[in-house]
Design a protein around this ligand. Structure first.
Ligand SMILES: Nc1ncnc2c1ncn2[C@@H]1O[C@H](COP(=O)(O)OP(=O)(O)O)[C@@H](O)[C@H]1O
Ligand SMILES: [Mg+2]
Length: 265
């Protein structure tokens, strides 16, 4: 149970002394890798100050860090604990923002990959076919397991607009962690993901049972999630949960919005 004992780390992420190690390359926003002081010594974390958010045309300004908090709360509410412990930090070195525990990635255990068509690992799902820079065929693939299916269902619930391959971290224990939910919870449908391998197929009953539990918990108001979202976003979240329970299937790509984030990692 990964949920046990998250209280102290959440407190530390919110209040412990923060030392910036450096800026993360490839990050779209000012995403800083830091060390936070805890009783057990310094612990690595990610700090995303609101002041470092690059404005986006399709999301209200200065709301990305808040969406990360909503995603963390939702992953706990559904009982899946997919998002590393994430806290709101009022007094970071660059102002208020989110602070999230760093997960040491086991890159050899990545469940999403781009490979030659003949090198698709047994049992993996093919999402799309493309060409590499030299014009050779490649395919985007992902593993076919329950832990990854949870992330796909989670993304459908939070309406994640940016599930890149690099936003699923394998920690070497067989568990996957979901990160970077700054562009989730839009009220319009924006699901963009590399995890389309189950599109249209039935969501397993145990996962639907968890979604049903989430539906009850959310009710009309569930502060740990709702406090980070606008009214229309709270309503749209409940609509998506109801739709998922009604259809019982993984979403299929819509027409209007590019369905796969670019780059895929
Ligand atoms: N909690 C985390 N644990 C480990 N690595 C992380 C974590 N959060 C971010 N990273 C790393 O930092 C990169 C940039 O972070 P990301 O959340 O994607 O920022 P941005 O919102 O700027 O795209 C990620 O692709 C990942 O490699
Ligand atoms: Mg990112």
């Amino acid at each position: 149970m990964r949920a046990a004992g998250t209280g102290p780390i959440l407190r530390d992420l919110a209040h412990g002394r923060l030392e910036v190690e450096g800026r993360l390359h490839g990050a779209a926003n000012a995403t800083l890798r830091c060390l936070v002081e805890t009783a057990a010594g310094p612990v690595r974390c990610v700090y995303k100050p609101v002041s470092g958010e690059r404005p986006l045309w399709d999301f209200p300004e200065s709301t990305l860090s808040r969406r990360e908090l909503a995603a963390y709360a939702l992953s706990d509410a559904i009982g899946w604990h997919l998002v590393p412990p994430t806290a709101w930090r009022e007094d970071g070195p660059a102002g208020a923002g989110m602070c999230q525990l760093w997960i040491e990635e086991d890159e050899g255990a990545r469940p999403v990959d781009v490979v030659r068509p003949r090198a698709v690992p047994a049992g993996w799902r093919v999402v799309l076919e493309a060409e590499d820079g030299a014009g050779h065929p490649v395919v985007l693939v992902h593993a076919d397991d329950r832990a990854l299916q949870r992330i796909a269902v989670f993304d459908a619930v939070v309406n994640n607009a940016d599930r890149k391959g690099g936003h699923v971290l394998a920690d070497g224990t067989g568990a996957y962690w979901a990160i970077d939910h700054g562009v989730a919870f839009a009220s319009e449908d924006k699901l963009r993901t590399v995890l389309w391998g189950w599109a249209g197929s039935a969501v397993p009953d145990d996962l639907l049972a968890d979604v049903s539990g989430l539906h009850e918990l959310l009710g009309d108001h569930y502060d740990p999630v709702d406090r980070w979202l606008a009214d229309d976003e709270r309503e749209a979240l409940r609509d998506r949960v109801r739709e998922l329970l009604r259809d019982g299937t993984f979403p299929i790509p819509g027409g209007r919005w590019p369905a796969v984030p670019w780059p895929v990692f």
